[in-house]
Design a protein around this ligand. Sequence first.
Ligand code: ADP
Length: 483
Amino acid sequence: MADKGPFARPRILMVSSEASPWAKSGGLADVLGALPPALARLGHAVGVVLPRYMGARSAPARRVIDSVIIGLGSRLFDVSVWEMESGGVRMFFVDEPSLYERDGLYGGPTGDFSDNHIRFALLSKAAIEISRRLFRADVFHCHDWQASLVPVYLREWPAIDPQLLGARTVLTIHNLGYQGIFDAPALRDISLPQRLFTPAALEFWGRINLLKGGIVFSDALTTVSRKYAEEIQTAEYGFGLDGLLRSRSGALTGILNGADYSRWDPEFDPLIPARYSAENLAGKAECKRALLAEAGLPEAAQERPLMGIVSRFTSQKGFDLIADAAWQIFEDDVYLVALGNGEPAWEDLFRNLQQAFPGKVSVTFGYNEAMSHRIEAGADMFLMPSRYEPCGLNQIYSLRYGTPPVVRATGGLDDTIDETTGFKFSDYNGTALLEAIRAACRKWEDHAGWRKMMVTGMRRDFSWTASATEYSRLYDALHPAGA
Ligand code: ADP
């Protein structure tokens, strides 16, 4: 077969509910901000389909479809599509104010929006329309449950447009803990036939599970680390889908996320008080001093280990282990700066820690990008005791910031950290965490050894190029160029 050059590479249309900088609640947005441009650099034509949320309304996009009618259940939506170019990628924003012009991405203070199945079914149908009218996709790359209906709709109506017949689908599972589960009548709201209400398709314990639909109907499945790809096939980590995932293990691979070093590198980071690098670490002490002051912790802590946390506060992240071992952890002369928000019970846990250990533990509640950089730079070590962690980005950032991570050996944490760059523990209990923290503190006292560990981590490369190359190979295998 003649080499058709880079322009013969499969055309990729990503479908996602988040993408930095327009809509972010976690790591998914970072992936969608960085992977598409990296794929474009490898020669793929790449588009990204995203809802036109409040946060995306200020994007300098132009309207490219004034009106397309999309039916869902008994409702008709008159949708428009906006487009802009960003980093060599075509961004498409699906505009339906009645569904997307809200304060939160998925819910408000009282919980998830009750029409999320409709909101993301519309996104999926709109993505198919975009492929028909604006950007012919060879591969639809769908992310998480919010985009999982794309493969289902394509399988249900292969003949709506001959152009769609050859399209392939990839589903990436960023976090199996979120599956998009709704009561059975929701099937009608999203225009799917009753015959899909079976355990072989979308049914899940009497309800419907959109992620399950994606897993059943996609051509290829990926998740965001090799270890997590193995773990989700076990009962312990499978959230009830391990059997299905085992049955599809031949289609499932793990591809580690990369870090966006244009935003996360202490040598160039405008958000930290002093810059530093593996060659010149001096600025890090200044970052620590400033962080202690900002957090209201004593100046004397400059000479003691300072641990950092930046996280969503949810059960996934394993903070109950800190609570379990708190009295022993903080009986030593160590300090903790935490930033995060999330579920009330977990926010309370951090509030209690702060009260129990004043002057040692400082917690900031909220989502604060700039402060997250200041913690990565100013802390000595970074804590991620996760119960499970599909990939995790903060430990990868920590490596680059010379802040050795203390992690539980699960998912991407296990894949990215080794004994030369950080501290791992396996058992899910407070004692195991305590031992890992104590090992880190002992190492911290050994200045030369600690510096060596910092520098080793800072020189590790988890940039997107390697991950993008793996995705590119997967697309090529699904849809060989020129085929
Ligand atoms: P997850 O996707 O499970 O939340 P990751 O480690 O993969 O975890 O990604 C989390 C991303 O969100 C990182 O970029 C992290 O810095 C950011 N983040 C999480 N919580 C906060 C917060 N409270 N303030 C600022 N950034 C946060």
